[in-house]
Design a protein around this ligand. Structure first.
Ligand SMILES: [Ca+2]
Length: 197
């Protein structure tokens, strides 16, 4: 682990965000979390992601203790929109298709404390009406910020996660197409590419 997962944005400040969705809208529902800046990095083992959150996971928990989610990050490890998931909503935009894995960013509670987690789902091509076909759980991909050595943490600025490269089908030199889909309504969808070094 070459990046300390603590949910603070300072260590990313010298990098260019992969997506900058701007500030949260004034009419955002209080139980939702806005995604602002998103950053990626990698080492030989993990893809790292920092997702700026407004409000923070802890502040949202003061508002509601219901579980929910921040959104999804979709990864296409072969940089080809013609392999992988089908188009969402019959869109003709290639940005909306071709993904293999969805990183689902979950919110919840452990006892009376907030938690953030993630789980990976693969596109199977089956049951397209159900999660757009991302319905095969990747074994042992569940991460919960309360577990020791968890691969996700939350802090004052957002959530920070590490995903094993082999679970995403990525390795050094690979270029991934990435789509970021916040769960909060009326927010943009981010598209970017990331080249693993
Ligand atoms: Ca693809």
């Amino acid at each position: 682990m070459t990046i300390q997962l603590d949910g603070t944005i300072g260590k990313w400040s010298g990098k260019k965000p992969a997506w900058d969705n701007g500030p949260a809208p004034a009419d955002q529902p209080p139980d939702k979390i806005h995604i602002g800046k998103v950053y990626f990095d990698n080492d030989g083992s993990f893809l790292y992601a920092f997702v700026q959150c407004s409000p923070s996971v802890a502040d949202r928990f003061k508002e509601t203790q219901f579980s929910g989610d921040i959104g999804g990050i979709f990864v296409d490890p072969d940089n080809n929109p013609d392999t992988g998931s089908a188009a969402e909503g019959h869109s003709t935009n290639p940005n909306d298709r071709g993904y293999k894995t969805k990183i689902y960013l979950a919110l919840g509670a452990v006892g009376d404390k907030p938690m953030a987690g993630y789980q990976l789902f693969r596109f199977t091509g089956k049951y397209l009406e159900d999660n757009n076909g991302f319905n095969e759980e990747v074994p042992h991909s569940d991460q919960n910020s309360f577990d020791q050595n968890a691969l996700i943490a939350f802090g004052k600025d957002g959530v920070e996660l590490a995903i094993p490269l082999d679970q995403l089908g990525l390795r050094a030199g690979a270029t991934a197409r990435i789509m970021i889909e916040p769960s909060a309504p009326d927010q943009g969808t981010g598209f970017t590419t990331y080249k693993c070094h």
